[in-house]
Design a protein around this ligand. Structure first.
Ligand code: PA5
Length: 488
Protein backbone atom coordinates (compact mmCIF):
# COMPACT_ATOMS: atom_id res chain seq x y z
CA UNK A 1 0.00 0.00 0.00
CA UNK A 2 1.25 3.53 -0.79
CA UNK A 3 1.01 5.85 2.13
CA UNK A 4 1.15 9.54 1.90
CA UNK A 5 -1.62 10.92 -0.31
CA UNK A 6 -5.05 12.05 0.87
CA UNK A 7 -7.46 14.18 -1.13
CA UNK A 8 -10.54 15.42 0.70
CA UNK A 9 -13.90 16.05 -1.01
CA UNK A 10 -13.25 19.81 -0.62
CA UNK A 11 -10.23 19.46 -2.91
CA UNK A 12 -7.71 19.89 -0.04
CA UNK A 13 -4.73 17.60 -0.62
CA UNK A 14 -2.04 16.32 1.71
CA UNK A 15 0.72 14.71 -0.30
CA UNK A 16 3.52 13.22 1.80
CA UNK A 17 4.65 10.65 -0.75
CA UNK A 18 8.08 12.25 -0.77
CA UNK A 19 8.54 11.04 2.80
CA UNK A 20 8.43 7.43 1.70
CA UNK A 21 10.87 5.42 -0.40
CA UNK A 22 14.46 4.34 -0.50
CA UNK A 23 16.43 5.78 2.45
CA UNK A 24 13.16 7.26 3.62
CA UNK A 25 10.20 5.88 5.52
CA UNK A 26 9.46 2.28 4.49
CA UNK A 27 6.26 0.21 4.66
CA UNK A 28 8.01 -1.81 7.35
CA UNK A 29 8.56 1.31 9.48
CA UNK A 30 4.87 2.01 9.24
CA UNK A 31 3.90 -1.54 10.04
CA UNK A 32 6.12 -1.65 13.14
CA UNK A 33 4.61 1.60 14.26
CA UNK A 34 0.96 0.76 13.75
CA UNK A 35 0.19 0.06 17.41
CA UNK A 36 1.43 3.53 18.44
CA UNK A 37 -0.70 5.07 15.70
CA UNK A 38 -3.78 3.25 17.03
CA UNK A 39 -3.04 4.47 20.55
CA UNK A 40 -2.57 8.06 19.37
CA UNK A 41 -5.84 7.94 17.45
CA UNK A 42 -7.66 6.64 20.54
CA UNK A 43 -6.14 9.30 22.79
CA UNK A 44 -7.21 12.12 20.46
CA UNK A 45 -10.71 10.62 20.26
CA UNK A 46 -10.80 10.64 24.04
CA UNK A 47 -9.64 14.28 24.01
CA UNK A 48 -12.49 15.15 21.66
CA UNK A 49 -15.04 13.38 23.86
CA UNK A 50 -13.89 14.43 27.31
CA UNK A 51 -11.37 17.26 26.93
CA UNK A 52 -8.95 15.16 28.98
CA UNK A 53 -5.31 15.05 27.91
CA UNK A 54 -3.01 12.70 29.81
CA UNK A 55 -0.79 14.46 32.37
CA UNK A 56 -1.93 17.94 31.42
CA UNK A 57 -2.27 20.53 34.17
CA UNK A 58 -2.46 24.31 33.97
CA UNK A 59 0.46 26.68 34.63
CA UNK A 60 -0.65 26.76 38.26
CA UNK A 61 -0.61 22.98 38.50
CA UNK A 62 -4.40 22.63 38.47
CA UNK A 63 -6.35 20.16 36.33
CA UNK A 64 -7.22 21.78 33.03
CA UNK A 65 -9.23 20.53 30.07
CA UNK A 66 -8.04 20.86 26.49
CA UNK A 67 -10.97 22.07 24.43
CA UNK A 68 -9.68 23.31 21.09
CA UNK A 69 -11.34 20.42 19.24
CA UNK A 70 -14.73 21.82 20.28
CA UNK A 71 -14.14 25.21 18.68
CA UNK A 72 -15.22 24.38 15.11
CA UNK A 73 -18.69 23.40 16.31
CA UNK A 74 -21.10 26.35 16.67
CA UNK A 75 -23.72 24.88 18.95
CA UNK A 76 -25.73 26.02 21.95
CA UNK A 77 -23.68 25.26 25.07
CA UNK A 78 -20.38 25.18 23.17
CA UNK A 79 -17.59 27.75 23.41
CA UNK A 80 -18.56 29.01 19.95
CA UNK A 81 -22.34 29.12 19.98
CA UNK A 82 -24.95 30.94 17.92
CA UNK A 83 -25.14 33.77 20.45
CA UNK A 84 -21.36 34.30 20.69
CA UNK A 85 -21.05 34.31 16.90
CA UNK A 86 -23.95 36.77 16.60
CA UNK A 87 -22.28 39.08 19.13
CA UNK A 88 -18.99 38.96 17.27
CA UNK A 89 -20.65 39.79 13.97
CA UNK A 90 -22.57 42.63 15.58
CA UNK A 91 -19.27 44.02 16.83
CA UNK A 92 -17.81 43.82 13.30
CA UNK A 93 -20.86 45.53 11.78
CA UNK A 94 -20.71 48.29 14.40
CA UNK A 95 -17.28 49.27 13.09
CA UNK A 96 -18.30 49.65 9.46
CA UNK A 97 -18.18 53.25 8.19
CA UNK A 98 -18.00 54.33 11.88
CA UNK A 99 -14.48 53.47 12.95
CA UNK A 100 -11.39 54.72 11.17
CA UNK A 101 -8.94 52.20 12.58
CA UNK A 102 -8.50 49.34 15.00
CA UNK A 103 -5.27 48.45 16.74
CA UNK A 104 -5.05 44.85 17.90
CA UNK A 105 -2.66 44.39 20.86
CA UNK A 106 -1.35 40.92 21.67
CA UNK A 107 1.62 38.59 21.43
CA UNK A 108 2.18 34.87 20.80
CA UNK A 109 -1.13 33.08 20.61
CA UNK A 110 -2.90 36.39 21.10
CA UNK A 111 -1.39 37.76 17.90
CA UNK A 112 -0.13 35.15 15.45
CA UNK A 113 -3.49 33.73 14.34
CA UNK A 114 -4.94 37.22 14.06
CA UNK A 115 -2.14 38.18 11.70
CA UNK A 116 -2.85 35.06 9.60
CA UNK A 117 -6.49 36.08 9.18
CA UNK A 118 -5.55 39.65 8.40
CA UNK A 119 -2.96 38.70 5.80
CA UNK A 120 -5.11 36.12 4.02
CA UNK A 121 -8.17 38.36 3.91
CA UNK A 122 -6.67 41.83 3.58
CA UNK A 123 -3.28 41.35 1.97
CA UNK A 124 -0.58 43.98 2.18
CA UNK A 125 -2.32 47.13 1.02
CA UNK A 126 -5.58 47.12 3.01
CA UNK A 127 -4.68 50.13 5.13
CA UNK A 128 -3.88 52.21 2.05
CA UNK A 129 -7.29 51.55 0.47
CA UNK A 130 -10.21 54.01 0.77
CA UNK A 131 -13.05 52.89 3.12
CA UNK A 132 -15.33 51.89 0.19
CA UNK A 133 -12.71 49.47 -1.12
CA UNK A 134 -12.57 48.00 2.40
CA UNK A 135 -16.34 47.62 2.35
CA UNK A 136 -16.49 50.15 5.18
CA UNK A 137 -14.36 48.05 7.52
CA UNK A 138 -11.62 49.91 9.40
CA UNK A 139 -7.90 49.95 8.88
CA UNK A 140 -6.21 47.41 11.13
CA UNK A 141 -2.83 47.71 12.78
CA UNK A 142 -1.09 45.33 15.18
CA UNK A 143 0.93 46.23 18.24
CA UNK A 144 2.11 44.52 21.40
CA UNK A 145 3.81 41.67 19.57
CA UNK A 146 7.03 43.42 20.49
CA UNK A 147 8.08 46.29 22.73
CA UNK A 148 9.99 48.02 19.96
CA UNK A 149 10.02 51.72 20.88
CA UNK A 150 10.53 53.01 17.34
CA UNK A 151 7.61 51.10 15.79
CA UNK A 152 5.35 51.98 18.73
CA UNK A 153 6.15 55.70 18.39
CA UNK A 154 5.71 55.55 14.63
CA UNK A 155 2.30 53.91 14.99
CA UNK A 156 1.20 56.65 17.40
CA UNK A 157 2.54 59.35 15.06
CA UNK A 158 0.70 57.81 12.09
CA UNK A 159 -2.64 57.71 13.91
CA UNK A 160 -2.20 61.25 15.19
CA UNK A 161 -1.39 62.62 11.76
CA UNK A 162 -4.38 60.80 10.19
CA UNK A 163 -6.58 62.25 12.95
CA UNK A 164 -5.28 65.77 12.32
CA UNK A 165 -6.00 65.44 8.59
CA UNK A 166 -9.53 64.15 9.28
CA UNK A 167 -10.21 66.99 11.70
CA UNK A 168 -8.92 69.58 9.20
CA UNK A 169 -10.96 68.23 6.26
CA UNK A 170 -14.12 66.94 7.87
CA UNK A 171 -14.13 68.56 11.31
CA UNK A 172 -14.75 65.14 12.90
CA UNK A 173 -12.88 63.21 15.56
CA UNK A 174 -10.85 60.13 14.56
CA UNK A 175 -12.52 57.01 15.91
CA UNK A 176 -10.23 54.21 16.89
CA UNK A 177 -10.81 50.97 18.80
CA UNK A 178 -7.96 49.39 20.75
CA UNK A 179 -8.56 45.64 21.02
CA UNK A 180 -6.38 44.28 23.82
CA UNK A 181 -5.99 40.49 23.70
CA UNK A 182 -4.37 38.67 26.59
CA UNK A 183 -5.46 35.40 28.21
CA UNK A 184 -3.46 36.08 31.37
CA UNK A 185 -4.39 39.77 31.15
CA UNK A 186 -0.99 40.92 32.31
CA UNK A 187 1.55 40.09 29.62
CA UNK A 188 4.20 42.81 29.78
CA UNK A 189 4.67 43.16 26.03
CA UNK A 190 0.96 43.63 25.39
CA UNK A 191 0.14 45.82 28.36
CA UNK A 192 3.18 48.10 28.05
CA UNK A 193 2.51 48.94 24.42
CA UNK A 194 -1.22 49.24 25.01
CA UNK A 195 -0.65 51.74 27.85
CA UNK A 196 1.84 53.71 25.76
CA UNK A 197 -0.46 53.98 22.75
CA UNK A 198 -3.66 54.49 24.79
CA UNK A 199 -2.21 57.34 26.83
CA UNK A 200 -0.88 59.18 23.78
CA UNK A 201 -4.09 58.83 21.80
CA UNK A 202 -6.25 59.80 24.75
CA UNK A 203 -4.34 63.06 25.09
CA UNK A 204 -4.97 63.99 21.46
CA UNK A 205 -7.94 66.32 21.06
CA UNK A 206 -8.80 64.88 17.63
CA UNK A 207 -8.95 61.24 18.73
CA UNK A 208 -11.68 59.23 20.45
CA UNK A 209 -10.15 55.91 21.51
CA UNK A 210 -12.37 53.10 22.72
CA UNK A 211 -11.07 49.88 24.25
CA UNK A 212 -12.23 46.28 23.91
CA UNK A 213 -10.70 43.64 26.19
CA UNK A 214 -10.31 40.02 25.14
CA UNK A 215 -9.23 38.00 28.17
CA UNK A 216 -10.04 35.11 30.47
CA UNK A 217 -13.71 35.55 31.38
CA UNK A 218 -13.20 34.78 35.10
CA UNK A 219 -14.79 37.35 37.39
CA UNK A 220 -14.30 38.50 41.00
CA UNK A 221 -11.10 37.42 42.72
CA UNK A 222 -10.11 35.27 39.75
CA UNK A 223 -10.45 38.05 37.19
CA UNK A 224 -7.32 38.90 35.24
CA UNK A 225 -5.75 42.34 35.53
CA UNK A 226 -7.15 43.23 32.10
CA UNK A 227 -10.53 41.81 33.11
CA UNK A 228 -10.58 44.01 36.23
CA UNK A 229 -9.60 47.08 34.21
CA UNK A 230 -12.35 46.31 31.70
CA UNK A 231 -14.90 46.03 34.51
CA UNK A 232 -13.76 49.31 36.10
CA UNK A 233 -13.67 51.22 32.82
CA UNK A 234 -16.80 49.70 31.28
CA UNK A 235 -14.95 48.34 28.24
CA UNK A 236 -16.69 45.84 25.99
CA UNK A 237 -15.37 42.30 26.52
CA UNK A 238 -14.79 39.11 24.60
CA UNK A 239 -13.32 35.87 25.94
CA UNK A 240 -10.17 33.83 25.69
CA UNK A 241 -11.98 30.63 26.67
CA UNK A 242 -10.92 28.29 29.42
CA UNK A 243 -9.16 25.21 28.11
CA UNK A 244 -7.94 26.90 24.93
CA UNK A 245 -4.23 27.69 24.87
CA UNK A 246 -3.01 30.70 22.91
CA UNK A 247 -1.64 28.67 20.01
CA UNK A 248 -5.04 27.01 19.46
CA UNK A 249 -7.09 30.16 20.01
CA UNK A 250 -7.40 31.37 16.41
CA UNK A 251 -10.69 29.43 16.25
CA UNK A 252 -12.05 31.21 19.34
CA UNK A 253 -13.05 34.84 19.91
CA UNK A 254 -9.31 35.64 20.00
CA UNK A 255 -8.93 35.08 16.25
CA UNK A 256 -12.54 35.59 15.25
CA UNK A 257 -12.58 39.17 16.54
CA UNK A 258 -9.97 40.06 13.93
CA UNK A 259 -12.07 38.25 11.35
CA UNK A 260 -15.21 40.28 12.01
CA UNK A 261 -13.19 43.50 12.20
CA UNK A 262 -12.21 43.17 8.54
CA UNK A 263 -15.22 41.32 7.09
CA UNK A 264 -13.58 37.87 6.93
CA UNK A 265 -16.13 35.04 6.71
CA UNK A 266 -15.81 33.44 10.15
CA UNK A 267 -18.61 30.93 9.43
CA UNK A 268 -16.72 29.56 6.44
CA UNK A 269 -13.47 29.54 8.44
CA UNK A 270 -15.03 27.45 11.22
CA UNK A 271 -16.79 25.25 8.65
CA UNK A 272 -13.37 24.50 7.15
CA UNK A 273 -12.01 23.57 10.59
CA UNK A 274 -15.08 21.44 11.23
CA UNK A 275 -14.78 19.67 7.92
CA UNK A 276 -11.13 18.88 8.68
CA UNK A 277 -12.04 17.63 12.15
CA UNK A 278 -14.60 15.29 10.59
CA UNK A 279 -12.06 14.11 8.00
CA UNK A 280 -9.66 13.20 10.81
CA UNK A 281 -11.80 10.72 12.74
CA UNK A 282 -10.40 7.51 11.29
CA UNK A 283 -7.64 5.53 12.99
CA UNK A 284 -6.35 4.44 9.57
CA UNK A 285 -3.24 6.29 8.52
CA UNK A 286 -4.21 6.52 4.87
CA UNK A 287 -7.60 8.04 5.71
CA UNK A 288 -6.82 10.61 8.39
CA UNK A 289 -4.68 13.55 7.16
CA UNK A 290 -3.68 14.87 10.60
CA UNK A 291 -2.70 11.39 11.81
CA UNK A 292 -0.74 10.76 8.61
CA UNK A 293 1.05 14.12 8.79
CA UNK A 294 1.93 13.62 12.47
CA UNK A 295 3.04 10.01 12.07
CA UNK A 296 5.32 10.55 9.09
CA UNK A 297 6.94 13.60 10.65
CA UNK A 298 7.39 11.76 13.94
CA UNK A 299 9.01 8.79 12.18
CA UNK A 300 11.17 11.12 10.09
CA UNK A 301 12.43 12.69 13.31
CA UNK A 302 13.00 9.64 15.50
CA UNK A 303 14.16 7.16 12.83
CA UNK A 304 15.83 9.38 10.28
CA UNK A 305 17.05 12.34 12.36
CA UNK A 306 14.93 14.93 10.51
CA UNK A 307 14.28 17.22 13.42
CA UNK A 308 14.00 20.56 11.65
CA UNK A 309 10.80 21.49 9.82
CA UNK A 310 10.92 24.17 7.14
CA UNK A 311 7.38 25.45 6.61
CA UNK A 312 7.37 26.94 3.14
CA UNK A 313 4.19 28.28 1.60
CA UNK A 314 4.36 29.41 -2.01
CA UNK A 315 2.28 32.51 -1.30
CA UNK A 316 3.33 35.82 0.23
CA UNK A 317 0.19 36.11 2.29
CA UNK A 318 0.82 32.75 3.96
CA UNK A 319 4.13 33.83 5.49
CA UNK A 320 2.35 34.66 8.74
CA UNK A 321 0.76 31.19 8.65
CA UNK A 322 4.31 29.83 8.75
CA UNK A 323 4.99 32.11 11.73
CA UNK A 324 1.83 30.90 13.46
CA UNK A 325 2.94 27.31 12.82
CA UNK A 326 6.34 28.03 14.35
CA UNK A 327 4.67 28.80 17.67
CA UNK A 328 2.30 25.86 17.38
CA UNK A 329 5.06 23.35 16.75
CA UNK A 330 7.70 24.85 19.03
CA UNK A 331 5.51 25.33 22.10
CA UNK A 332 3.53 22.12 21.66
CA UNK A 333 6.29 19.63 20.96
CA UNK A 334 9.56 21.22 22.09
CA UNK A 335 9.66 19.43 25.44
CA UNK A 336 12.42 18.48 27.87
CA UNK A 337 10.43 15.67 29.50
CA UNK A 338 7.91 13.07 28.46
CA UNK A 339 4.67 12.64 30.33
CA UNK A 340 6.31 10.28 32.79
CA UNK A 341 8.87 12.95 33.70
CA UNK A 342 11.85 11.40 31.89
CA UNK A 343 14.25 13.73 30.07
CA UNK A 344 13.84 13.21 26.33
CA UNK A 345 14.43 16.64 24.71
CA UNK A 346 11.85 16.11 21.99
CA UNK A 347 10.78 18.44 19.20
CA UNK A 348 11.41 19.60 15.64
CA UNK A 349 12.80 23.08 15.22
CA UNK A 350 10.39 24.97 12.98
CA UNK A 351 11.63 27.54 10.49
CA UNK A 352 9.89 29.89 8.08
CA UNK A 353 10.53 30.10 4.36
CA UNK A 354 8.44 31.51 1.52
CA UNK A 355 8.57 30.31 -2.08
CA UNK A 356 9.85 31.56 -4.35
CA UNK A 357 11.57 34.22 -2.21
CA UNK A 358 13.63 31.83 -0.11
CA UNK A 359 14.68 29.65 -3.01
CA UNK A 360 17.08 32.53 -3.54
CA UNK A 361 18.21 32.45 0.07
CA UNK A 362 17.61 29.16 1.90
CA UNK A 363 17.29 26.47 -0.78
CA UNK A 364 21.06 26.02 -0.97
CA UNK A 365 20.95 24.84 2.65
CA UNK A 366 17.84 22.71 2.13
CA UNK A 367 19.35 20.99 -0.89
CA UNK A 368 23.00 20.61 0.15
CA UNK A 369 23.09 21.13 3.91
CA UNK A 370 22.70 18.49 6.63
CA UNK A 371 20.03 15.88 5.98
CA UNK A 372 18.19 16.84 9.13
CA UNK A 373 15.11 18.59 7.74
CA UNK A 374 11.64 18.00 6.45
CA UNK A 375 10.13 20.59 4.14
CA UNK A 376 6.43 21.32 4.28
CA UNK A 377 5.28 23.14 1.15
CA UNK A 378 1.89 24.84 0.86
CA UNK A 379 0.50 25.31 -2.62
CA UNK A 380 -2.49 27.36 -3.75
CA UNK A 381 -4.12 25.74 -6.79
CA UNK A 382 -6.29 28.60 -8.02
CA UNK A 383 -5.68 32.32 -7.72
CA UNK A 384 -8.53 34.83 -7.99
CA UNK A 385 -6.52 36.65 -10.59
CA UNK A 386 -3.57 35.14 -12.35
CA UNK A 387 -2.03 37.49 -14.91
CA UNK A 388 0.03 36.04 -17.71
CA UNK A 389 3.52 37.40 -18.07
CA UNK A 390 3.25 39.84 -20.98
CA UNK A 391 5.55 39.90 -23.97
CA UNK A 392 6.77 43.33 -22.91
CA UNK A 393 10.17 43.20 -24.64
CA UNK A 394 9.91 41.22 -27.90
CA UNK A 395 13.47 42.23 -28.74
CA UNK A 396 14.81 40.16 -25.77
CA UNK A 397 14.69 36.44 -26.77
CA UNK A 398 15.44 35.19 -23.25
CA UNK A 399 12.33 36.92 -21.95
CA UNK A 400 10.21 35.36 -24.73
CA UNK A 401 10.63 32.02 -22.96
CA UNK A 402 8.52 33.13 -20.04
CA UNK A 403 6.08 35.40 -21.88
CA UNK A 404 2.53 34.06 -21.89
CA UNK A 405 2.93 31.92 -18.74
CA UNK A 406 0.48 32.78 -15.93
CA UNK A 407 2.35 33.90 -12.79
CA UNK A 408 0.57 31.24 -10.69
CA UNK A 409 1.81 28.51 -13.01
CA UNK A 410 5.35 29.83 -12.86
CA UNK A 411 5.08 29.76 -9.05
CA UNK A 412 3.80 26.19 -9.19
CA UNK A 413 6.60 25.15 -11.51
CA UNK A 414 9.07 26.54 -8.98
CA UNK A 415 7.50 24.52 -6.16
CA UNK A 416 7.46 21.33 -8.20
CA UNK A 417 11.06 21.85 -9.27
CA UNK A 418 12.12 22.39 -5.66
CA UNK A 419 10.26 19.27 -4.49
CA UNK A 420 11.72 17.15 -7.32
CA UNK A 421 15.28 18.29 -6.64
CA UNK A 422 14.93 17.57 -2.92
CA UNK A 423 13.32 14.16 -3.46
CA UNK A 424 16.04 13.21 -5.92
CA UNK A 425 18.53 13.60 -3.10
CA UNK A 426 16.52 11.72 -0.46
CA UNK A 427 15.28 14.85 1.26
CA UNK A 428 11.88 14.55 2.92
CA UNK A 429 9.23 16.96 1.65
CA UNK A 430 5.44 17.14 1.62
CA UNK A 431 2.97 19.40 -0.16
CA UNK A 432 -0.42 20.59 1.02
CA UNK A 433 -2.62 21.94 -1.77
CA UNK A 434 -5.33 24.45 -0.97
CA UNK A 435 -7.83 24.70 -3.83
CA UNK A 436 -7.84 28.45 -3.17
CA UNK A 437 -6.87 30.89 -0.45
CA UNK A 438 -10.36 31.14 1.06
CA UNK A 439 -11.60 31.24 4.68
CA UNK A 440 -12.85 27.65 4.35
CA UNK A 441 -9.54 26.22 3.16
CA UNK A 442 -7.61 28.35 5.66
CA UNK A 443 -9.78 26.82 8.40
CA UNK A 444 -8.98 23.35 7.06
CA UNK A 445 -5.25 24.07 6.97
CA UNK A 446 -4.89 25.61 10.44
CA UNK A 447 -7.03 22.92 12.02
CA UNK A 448 -5.10 20.13 10.29
CA UNK A 449 -1.89 21.53 11.77
CA UNK A 450 -3.39 21.96 15.25
CA UNK A 451 -4.71 18.41 15.27
CA UNK A 452 -1.42 17.07 13.91
CA UNK A 453 0.46 18.36 16.96
CA UNK A 454 -2.15 16.71 19.17
CA UNK A 455 -1.40 13.36 17.48
CA UNK A 456 2.34 13.91 17.51
CA UNK A 457 2.21 14.78 21.23
CA UNK A 458 0.67 11.35 21.77
CA UNK A 459 3.23 9.59 19.59
CA UNK A 460 6.14 11.31 21.33
CA UNK A 461 4.45 10.96 24.73
CA UNK A 462 4.83 14.68 25.49
CA UNK A 463 2.26 17.12 26.82
CA UNK A 464 1.44 19.22 23.75
CA UNK A 465 -0.60 21.73 25.73
CA UNK A 466 1.77 23.30 28.22
CA UNK A 467 4.85 25.50 27.77
CA UNK A 468 6.91 25.31 30.98
CA UNK A 469 10.05 26.39 29.13
CA UNK A 470 8.80 29.94 28.59
CA UNK A 471 8.69 30.54 32.35
CA UNK A 472 12.48 30.30 32.71
CA UNK A 473 13.37 33.66 31.17
CA UNK A 474 10.48 35.44 32.86
CA UNK A 475 12.12 35.23 36.31
CA UNK A 476 15.23 36.96 34.96
CA UNK A 477 13.17 39.54 33.13
CA UNK A 478 11.08 40.47 36.17
CA UNK A 479 14.29 40.93 38.17
CA UNK A 480 15.78 43.15 35.44
CA UNK A 481 12.62 45.28 35.33
CA UNK A 482 12.69 45.67 39.13
CA UNK A 483 16.31 46.85 38.92
CA UNK A 484 15.34 49.44 36.29
CA UNK A 485 12.51 50.70 38.52
CA UNK A 486 14.87 50.98 41.51
CA UNK A 487 17.33 53.06 39.46
CA UNK A 488 14.64 55.60 38.54
O1 PA5 B 1 0.78 30.11 23.53
C1 PA5 B 1 0.91 30.77 24.53
O2 PA5 B 1 0.37 30.44 25.59
C2 PA5 B 1 1.71 32.06 24.53
O3 PA5 B 1 2.33 32.32 23.33
C3 PA5 B 1 0.76 33.22 24.83
O4 PA5 B 1 -0.23 33.25 23.85
C4 PA5 B 1 1.49 34.55 24.90
O5 PA5 B 1 2.51 34.50 25.85
C5 PA5 B 1 0.52 35.66 25.25
O6 PA5 B 1 -0.09 35.38 26.47
P1 PA5 B 1 -1.37 36.15 26.91
O7 PA5 B 1 -2.46 35.85 25.95
O8 PA5 B 1 -1.64 35.66 28.30
O9 PA5 B 1 -1.04 37.62 26.90
Amino acid sequence: MTYGYIKLPSGFVLDCRNFCGENMITPRDIEEFSFSVQEAAQAVDELRRTGLAKAHVSKDGLPEKVLFTRLPYIEAGNINNPESIRRLKEFGQSLRYQTDAVISFGIGGSFLGNKVIFDVHCGEFWNQLPPEARNGYPKLYFSGNNMDPRRTEELIALIRSEAAVKAAHRGQPYRIVLVVISKSGSTIDTMSTFMTVYQSLREDIYIKPEVVAVTDPAAGDHATLLGRLAAQQGWQRFAVPDGVGGRFSVFSEVGLITGVTVGFDIDAFLAGARSMDEACRSAALNENPALLNASLKYLAAVKYGRDIEVFMPYADYLKSTAEWYVQLLAESLGKRRDRAGREIFYGRTPTVAVGTTDMHAQTQQHQDGKKNKVLQFIRVANWPSNPSIPNAFPQAPALQDIAGIPLGEALDAALQANAAALTGDGRFNATITLPELSPFHLGELLYLLALSVAYEGELANVNAYDQPGVEAYKKFMHERLKQIKRRQ
